[in-house]
Write a protein that binds this ligand. Sequence first.
Ligand SMILES: C[S@@+](CC[C@H](N)C(=O)[O-])C[C@H]1O[C@@H](n2cnc3c(N)ncnc32)[C@H](O)[C@@H]1O
Length: 253
Amino acid sequence: MKDFSFVLPQVDKADQGKEKIIVTYKGETRELLTHDYGEIYKIPGLYENLFYDTLACQSPQVVCGLLEKAMNGNASNSQDRVALDVGAGNGMVGEELAKIGFNTIIGVDIIEEAVEATLRDRPGIYDEYFIEDLTDLPEKVEQKILEKDPNCMSIVAALGFDDIPPEAFASAYNLISEDGWIAFNIKDEFLQDNHPSGFSKLIDEMVASDIMEIVEKERYQHRLCLDGTPLNYYAVVGRKQEPVSDTFIAQYQ
Ligand SMILES: C[S@@+](CC[C@H](N)C(=O)[O-])C[C@H]1O[C@@H](n2cnc3c(N)ncnc32)[C@H](O)[C@@H]1O
C-alpha cells in the first residue's frame, strides 16, 4: 500500500523537467517539479509510480534491452561484465543491468537521496555506489572505479537538462576499458546537427574520429510529458575504440 498520492495539474503546455506535481505524503501536501529528484526519491515508490506507471517511461528496459542485443551479437563477448552506471538514481537501471548478466555494478549519482533510495528499495544491486558529481570526480574515486575495470558505462535519462554535460560524458568514457560498451539515451533533438547542448557534435566527432563505434541506435518514446506530448529519445549502444584525448574534451568545456 502506498502512503502518498499526487495530482498532476492539467496544463496545455509543460516544459520537460519543470512539470509541476502536487504530492501528499504523511499528511503534508506540497508542489514539486518532475526533476526534483532528491525530494521524489525520499518518498518510497513515488519515482516509479510517477514516471513509469503514470508517464509511461520505459527507458531502463529499452536501453538495457538494446545493450543485451548488441552484446549477444558479439561473439567475443565472454568476459566478466562490469558496469559503471552513471546518474544511477534509485537503481532502476542497475536492476536491468543485473538481469542481463552484469555481475559487478558500480553506481554514481550526485545526490545522497539517490543512494539512500537505492539501499531502501533495491539493496544489493550495486557493489559500490559513489555520491559524486560526474563533472568533478575526485581522482581517488576515479582510481577506485578503474580498479574494478568496468567494461560498460550506462547513462539513462541523465544527459542534458542541467544533469550531465558532454564533457563529463567524454571524461567518464575514459574510465571504461578498451572495447567496452557504452549504453545511453538522449532526447532526439539533442542529436540534431549543431544542437546547442553540444551532444550532436560530441557523438558525431567521436564516431568520425574512430573513438566510438555505434552498434545500435533506436528512436523510441522515453515517456510522456505532463501535457501528454510524447518525449522521444534515442537509445544508443556504442563500443569504445579509443580513449578521448584531453584536447578533444577541452573543446566542450
Ligand atoms: C532521471 S534520473 C535517472 C535515474 C536512473 N538512471 C533511471 O533511469 O531511473 C537522473 C539522475 O542523474 C543524476 N545526476 C544529475 N547530474 C549528475 C551529475 N553531474 N553527476 C552524477 N549524477 C547526476 C540525478 O541526481 C538523477 O538521480
